[in-house]
Design a protein around this ligand. Structure first.
Ligand code: TEU
Length: 569
């Protein structure tokens, strides 16, 4: 798509989980036609629509759906339940017509065991594709697994293949065998996949678990988990994740620190090869799902000279406690811990973690908190990723065991219910099944759909959806929000508030967020100054000019602009 090559730094991204967006066939799962029908909702070119610039689609490729699309059986074909390649081309054209760019999910750490590559690989030991996956002999006379590696869901990372008498490696389910990225033929095959979609016109990729591609070639045992606990222990008390984060919860039972099957240096070479291909198609972007508690490790995936991924998610923000200081420090670590060229990407929710509104849910405060988080996400220095339904305050569903579909939840119930609760159908209206399907939805509809839906909130200027629209459209009209510098303001700011400035070409904006339940007054720096309120999370606040400290209502956040010529006395 023509336009600026760095559009992705300025734009707002929206993640769609296709299975749950809109079903037009009545089979209970969403489809490509459903997405096409809702493109105007996402961006019709006017402030009446949400106004997003790009969509990242969770996978809709051919898949036996053991991990709901993250087990791909054919990278170059659309699963017939979602539509066809023709439907995809139409979706792409219709999106581009609205200036919406399309990002696909590239899931190439592993394939499905139904992929023809794996079927060939497992057929005989001397099959030409045997080496496309990671096969090892068992240890000792009793054929014990090659080492102690665990997968990221549950249980060992090795599964014994009776027919050929060897183990194969899988970082997730046993139906998701890991590709052997040391094999040049694998690299070439994936390059072909990338080119296939770029030639069709897609604008970029999200790279699933990009930090896992290469593993220790000596297959050394991982050390015990206690090392990791010690690491977390070294973090200041107030910065330790309080809510038991899903990643950690899932790793706890495994009692090991996975140092030998992630962040291998060779992975960087693979990403550099990807980047060279992306560069052949100007305007292409990429974002890595790189999971590490260490910001320097995440930063390394941008490449030393910005020659790997364009962006990497900064997941640390999803682990903050509800404290102004926790968010402020997390952003500070992002701002100072990464090289200047490493463009930030922020998100609060995705298909793997509890929706933010529920993560921070306190009875009576959740909606105000959701607004505050929206203002934060849309005004930080970096590209914001919104998860579908976040804009209408969709909550995490607490599903009974009988409704669970995610293998993770089924396995660990009742300790936690897996990821289905964050993947329930989009709530379009207050009707049957929230307007998602005329059939039986694949997952139940989430809570409070009678008010947490698009139709109701579109009519209400005070709704969360209306707030998102205003914030996104303001962001679009204010280059200082897209590209301006970020400076935190601390003087004259109470501890439970978070204030920062965004500046570009003499325009100074201030964002003031009150995380507390009480009224607060904040200086916006540099005092004395005169600011105009552009937006408040409190729909009752009128456009006003502020001289002196800004008064904030409980859980209120404001975006303000310094009035020209009124900076000092
Ligand atoms: O997730 C990678 C991952 O390790 C976690 O987010 C994982 O989901 C977590 O440990 C909780 O189970 C990516 C995808 O986002 C996820 O949906 C897939 O299941 C996974 O890779 C495998 O492709």
């Amino acid at each position: 798509m023509p336009g600026h090559t760095d559009w992705w730094k300025k734009g707002v991204f929206y993640q769609i989980y296709p299975r749950s967006f809109l079903d037009t066939t009545g089979n209970g799962i969403g489809d490509l036609q459903g997405i096409i029908e809702k493109l105007d909702y996402l961006n019709d070119g006017t402030p009446n629509s949400l106004g997003i610039d790009a969509i990242w689609f969770s996978p809709f490729f051919v898949s036996p759906d053991l991990d709901f699309g993250y087990d791909v059986a054919d990278y170059c074909a659309i699963d017939s339940r979602y539509g066809s390649l023709q439907d995809f081309d139409r979706l792409l054209a219709e999106a581009h017509r609205r200036n919406i760019r399309i990002m696909l999910d590239l899931v190439v750490n592993h394939t499905s065991n139904e992929h023809s590559w794996f079927k060939e690989s497992r057929s005989t030991r001397d099959n030409p594709k045997r080496n496309w996956y990671i096969w090892r002999d068992g240890r000792g006379p009793r054929h014990k697994p090659p080492n102690n590696w665990k997968n990221n869901f549950f249980g060992p990372a090795w599964t014994w293949d009776e027919a050929t008498g060897q183990y194969y490696l899988h970082s997730f389910l046993k139906e998701q065998p890991d590709l052997n990225w040391f094999n040049p033929a694998v690299r070439e095959a994936v390059h072909k996949v990338i080119r296939f979609w770029l030639e069709r016109g897609v604008d970029g990729f999200r790279l699933d678990v990009a930090h896992l591609y290469c593993k220790d070639e000596q297959f050394r045992d991982n050390p015990p988990f206690i090392h990791r606990l010690k690491q977390i222990h070294r973090m200041p008390f107030w910065d330790r994740p309080l809510a038991v984060n899903i990643f950690q919860l899932l790793e706890l039972p495994e009692l090991q620190d996975k140092i030998y099957n992630k962040h291998h240096p060779e992975t960087h070479r693979i990403l550099k090869e990807f980047r060279r291909i992306f560069n052949e198609y100007p305007g292409t972007t990429s974002i890595g799902e790189v999971i590490s508690e260490n910001p320097a490790v995440v930063a390394s995936y941008y490449g030393a000279s910005d020659d790997e991924l364009h962006m990497n998610f900064y997941f640390a923000l999803t682990q903050c406690r509800w404290k102004a200081g926790a968010f402020r420090r997390s952003v500070a670590r992002r701002e100072s811990g990464f090289p200047a060229s490493a463009w930030p990407a922020y998100t609060l929710s995705n298909h793997d973690i509890t929706r933010a509104i529920s993560r921070y849910g306190r009875k009576g405060q959740e909606d105000a908190r959701a607004r505050l988080l929206a203002l934060l996400l849309l005004t930080l220095r970096g590209t914001p990723f919104i998860y579908y339904g976040e804009e209408i305050g969709m909550k995490e569903a607490k599903l009974p065991r009988s409704a669970l579909k995610d293998p993770v939840g089924i396995k660990w119930f009742p300790f936690h219910r897996g990821r289905d609760g964050a993947r329930t159908p989009m709530q379009w209206n207050g009707g049957k099944h929230a307007g998602f399907t005329t059939g039986e939805p694949w997952l139940p509809i989430g809570p409070e759909a009678e008010k947490r839906n698009v139709a109701v909130q579109e009519k209400d200027p005070a709704s969360l959806l209306s707030f998102y629209k205003r914030a996104i459209h303001l962001r679009r009209s204010l280059p200082a929000l897209q590209e301006g510098s970020y400076t935190v303001v601390t003087a004259g700011v109470p501890r439970d508030c978070y204030v920062y400035a965004r500046e570009l070409h003499g325009v100074r904006l201030a964002v003031a967020l009150n995380f507390s339940k009480g009224r607060r007054k904040c200086d916006l720096g540099p005092a004395p100054a005169c600011y105009r309120v552009l937006l408040s999370t409190d729909p009752r606040r009128k456009a006003e000019t502020v001289t002196g400290p800004l008064s904030l209502e409980p859980l209120e956040g404001c975006l303000l602009q310094l009035e020209a010529g009124k900076r000092s006395n």
